[in-house]
Design a binder for this molecule. Structure first.
Ligand SMILES: [Zn+2]
Length: 84
């Protein structure tokens, strides 16, 4: 499995979901166990398109450790190797 890293755009965390450009990707990071996963936009839409990522984050539970201690970020997934 190739390494990936997520390049967050912190500014977008305060925007309502519907205001975030559609090309943006999402990731959810658990602050308890450190796992970082894809967050499909559809899953966020199901909660509320009017809420910001900061407001949505506490609604999600980590699938690995079960803690409700998540940070949802908008940005881009990149391959592990730095660009040259
Ligand atoms: Zn966790």
């Amino acid at each position: 499995m190739p390494e990936r890293r997520f390049l967050p755009t912190p500014l977008l965390a305060g925007y309502a979901l519907y205001q975030i450009p559609y090309h943006c990707q999402f990731a959810i990071e658990c602050r308890s166990c450190g796992v970082l996963k894809d967050m499909p936009r559809e899953d966020l839409n199901q909660v509320s398109k009017d809420m910001s990522l900061k407001e949505l984050s506490p609604r999600f539970r980590c699938t690995l450790c079960g803690e409700k201690n998540a940070t949802i970020m908008a940005g881009d997934w990149a391959n592990g190797a730095p660009e040259r």
